[in-house]
Design a protein around this ligand. Structure first.
Ligand code: SF4
Ligand code: F3S
Ligand code: FES
Length: 248
């Protein structure tokens, strides 16, 4: 008996020019979209470019858009889509296309480099660091990030307004939140979170939280507390006076 088939419309091209190509692939139970792309590479278009690594939702490499939604190709089952309707696969829209489904995400790495690293206070006299478990619990979920940049891709500030010069995007706001909320960290990053990483540009649409494959509560647990910390600092009258007279 012939295997059931699915039709995929895949973007082929570069930043300068491209078009959709249609492929039919045989499907099987448990097949994911990345399997279908590999099948196309193996049997129809060996030059189809796709970035992937682990095929287990761990490396964050296979990010793309499926029917217009940012998703990991390796964690999206073919069975999630209605039978008989074509599945459209396109590269992430927020980043320049290198070829086919592969985008240039280097802007994210430049943004990461701008964040000053963890600066812990000295150890206690007995050589240990002590922290409250509740402080650790608060930031633990942010550490699950696999840097897939799907949240960056879906954020309308990064995506539509191209505010990449002044806004770091949700992935780096939660990285800043991890550092800022860390009980051992000594560096006050609040001023740079406002000025250099543009926390004020986030208008809490929560699209980033919806697409995160690690189910990190990016907006409610990361960005909103970060906004509150920055606002407390900025509108604290004592700090305001200090800034006014010292320029710091
Ligand atoms: Fe991906 Fe979630 Fe990390 Fe954003 S926060 S880069 S969506 S894992
Ligand atoms: Fe963008 Fe997420 Fe804020 S999608 S606007 S960073 S809530
Ligand atoms: Fe690693 Fe998809 S291939 S997350």
């Amino acid at each position: 008996m012939a295997e059931p088939k699915a039709r995929l419309r895949v973007f082929r091209g570069t930043e300068e020019a491209g078009d959709f190509q249609t492929y039919d692939v045989e499907t099987y139970p448990g097949m994911v979209v990345l399997d279908a792309i590999h099948d196309i590479q193996a049997k129809q278009s060996p030059d189809l470019a796709v970035r992937w690594n682990c095929k287990a939702g761990r490396c964050g490499s296979c990010s793309a858009e499926i029917n217009g939604k940012p998703r990991l190709l390796c964690m999206t089952r073919m069975s999630a889509f209605p039978e008989g309707e074509p599945i459209t696969v396109t590269p992430m829209r927020a980043f320049p296309i290198i070829k086919d489904l592969v985008t240039d995400v280097s802007w994210n790495f430049e943004m990461a480099k701008k964040i000053p690293p963890f600066k812990p206070r000295p150890r206690d006299a007995d050589g240990h660091w002590r922290m409250q478990q509740m402080d650790i619990d608060r930031i633990q979920e942010f550490r699950k990030c696999i840097e897939c940049f799907l949240c960056q891709d879906v954020c309308h500030v990064v995506r539509d307004h191209q505010k990449k010069e002044v806004f770091s995007g949700p992935r780096f706001l939660i990285h800043l939140a991890t550092l800022d909320m860390h009980p051992l960290d000594t560096l006050d990053r609040r001023d740079m979170i406002k000025k250099d990483f543009g926390v004020g540009y986030c208008n809490i649409t929560k699209c980033c939280t919806e697409v995160c494959p690690e189910h990190i509560t990016i907006t409610d647990n990361g960005i909103i507390p970060l906004k509150e910390r920055v606002a407390d600092d900025h509108y604290d009258p004592v700090r305001w006076l200090l800034r006014k007279f010292t320029g710091n």
